[in-house]
Write a protein that binds this ligand. Structure first.
Ligand SMILES: [Zn+2]
Length: 166
């Protein structure tokens, strides 16, 4: 399991410089529908890879990418630039929604218990997974069995009925 995050002591000037190099965070107002549409139109990569690229948009890890794509009914392998405006709009909303839920539930603590808060307590989002790690179980929307594939080495979960490839 990956371990995220670091702590450094830096000056305010260094902090400003660091922040300037960062793309908009998905939960920020500056992650606009226009920004997202323009970005997706420029990449033929699978949409799941595109939305987890931290150089282009901040905050979407593997769990939230899976859940947002299920929420928006988009197959993870779809080329990003193949999405129509309605799908982009749905995905834009879904990303903001799942990240807000993640924050509300204090993040997701996997079975290794590595992610904990300063209090030592874990998150609760794993009790609310939409599609992540649901392979072999029925889809919450249509009861079709959820499938798991690997995409760029990461576990990728989707509903074959709700998220068709074509
Ligand atoms: Zn389904």
């Amino acid at each position: 399991m990956r371990v995220f995050g670091w702590i450094k002591v830096i000056t305010n000037q260094e902090l400003d410089k660091l922040n300037q190099g960062l793309p908009p965070d998905v939960i920020d107002a500056n992650f606009s529908l226009k920004y997202f549409t323009d970005y997706l139109a420029r990449t033929g990569r699978p949409v799941k890879i595109a939305i987890t690229d931290q150089n282009k948009m901040g905050g979407v890890g593997n769990i939230y990418a899976n859940d947002a794509l299920w929420q928006a009914k988009i197959h993870p392998r779809r080329p990003a630039k193949s999405l129509n405006l309605s799908e982009i709009n749905q995905l834009h909303r879904a990303l903001k929604l799942v990240l807000k839920l993640g924050i509300k539930y204090g993040g997701a603590t996997a079975s290794d218990d590595k992610f904990v808060h300063t209090t030592g307590l874990g998150g609760k989002y794993q009790e609310h997974f939409l599609v992540y790690e649901q392979d072999g179980k029925p889809c919450h929307r249509c009861q079709t069995i959820i499938k798991k594939i690997r995409l760029a080495g990461r576990g990728t979960y989707y509903c074959p009925h709700c998220q068709p490839l074509s």
